[in-house]
Write a protein that binds this ligand. Sequence first.
Ligand SMILES: [Zn+2]
Length: 127
Amino acid sequence: MGQGIKLKKLSTRECELMQMPTLSSQTPVVFNESAEFSQLTAYCKMCDHEVPESLVTGKVVHLNAHTASVEGVAVCPACKIATPINYRLHSDGRVSGSSPTTGKWGVWGARNKTLMKYICDLLLFRA
Ligand SMILES: [Zn+2]
């Protein structure tokens, strides 16, 4: 783990996100009773371990009735590095974001745990 990862300094935006409330304080993310994301879990890009929710900060913004953006930073206490979080939640239960392997924007089904693990762990998704 961690091979091929380039480290860089946090951007001003990422520093701002670190001052924001925890993402867990902004859950559940609910779409008109049609879908609910109860937990937004982040994983460290370096060691692949789950980052404690108290160290995952940022903000959830409802863009419209069907889409919410999640932007934040997860700081791993073991690696002392920050993993940027940037993805979108959709009212049909899908999540879209950059692929950890290709960097291309992609869409994941809520129950695809292997790919989902990188982005977040959607427990108790209610369709
Ligand atoms: Zn780590």
